[in-house]
Design a binder for this molecule. Structure first.
Ligand code: 5RP
Length: 225
């Protein structure tokens, strides 16, 4: 079992009968979904799920989990997802995928947002390993690029892997991947980006995390906010 699997199994123990559980997106979230399905069939655990992406919804359906539409819920007990970077103050960078809008919506709406990582995701400062993904309305991208440059960010529209088109998110936005030369920390950057019109959503999750579970060297560390 690798660290991602281990931490996903550990987090699945947090799910209790009757809960509504938000499913994240990515390889760690997939391990969590599989473990939930095992607990449902082997331990008769009863719960419902809501998904942050079509990919996770399909997986949940295939495994026989009871799936609620995000438009039909008015809250959820737990949201469990991975992250690309985690800073010491539990600010996150997410969004290597294409589902930021739903992910942040669920993270904010959940009574408890648990983040599952391995040790490679820990950073001193958000943006250390990856650019910040910024979802923009297609007609707004140039003006957003300019506003972002004014706060020290430089980036371009994300292209498809074979470079023959632009990535479009599940929300219908384009993505600017932006590196910041300024020394603003994740929290400050979050506030600056929130104030720019034309940005639909961005990958910094500040003040949302309840706990980070980190799998490393065969064990799991918990860090609570
Ligand atoms: C998707 C995400 C993922 O949670 C993040 O990319 C981590 O993925 P993985 O668990 O595969 O390492 O933010 O938008």
């Amino acid at each position: 079992m690798n660290d991602k699997q281990r931490v996903a199994h550990y987090a699945a123990q947090q799910v209790q009968n009757g809960m509504v559980v938000g499913l994240g997106t990515g390889s760690t979230a997939n391990f969590f979904i599989e473990e939930l399905a095992r607990r449902q069939s082997e331990e008769n655990l009863k719960f419902k799920v809501v998904s942050s992406s079509v990919v996770s919804a399909n997986k949940a359906k295939q495994l026989g989990l009871a799936l609620l539409g995000i438009e039909h819920i008015d809250g959820l007990d737990l949201y469990v997802d991975g992250a690309d970077e985690v800073a010491p103050d539990l600010t996150l960078l997410k969004g290597r995928g294409y589902d930021l809008v739903r992910e942040k919506l669920l993270a904010k709406a959940a009574d408890s947002f648990l983040v599952l990582i391995d040790a490679s995701k820990r950073v001193k400062r958000i943006g250390e390993n990856f650019p910040i993904p910024i979802e923009v309305s297609p007609f707004a991208w140039r003006l957003v690029q300019r506003s972002v440059a004014a706060i020290g960010g430089h980036g371009n529209l994300r292209q498809t892997p074979n470079q023959d088109g632009l990535v479009v998110t599940s929300h219908g936005s384009l993505v600017l991947d932006v590196a910041f030369e300024s020394n603003l920390d994740g929290k400050a950057l979050n506030e600056r980006l929130n104030a720019i019109p034309g940005i639909v959503e961005h990958g910094i999750f500040s003040g949302l995390t309840r706990a980070v579970f980190c799998g490393h060297d065969g064990k799991v560390d918990e860090q609570w906010a």
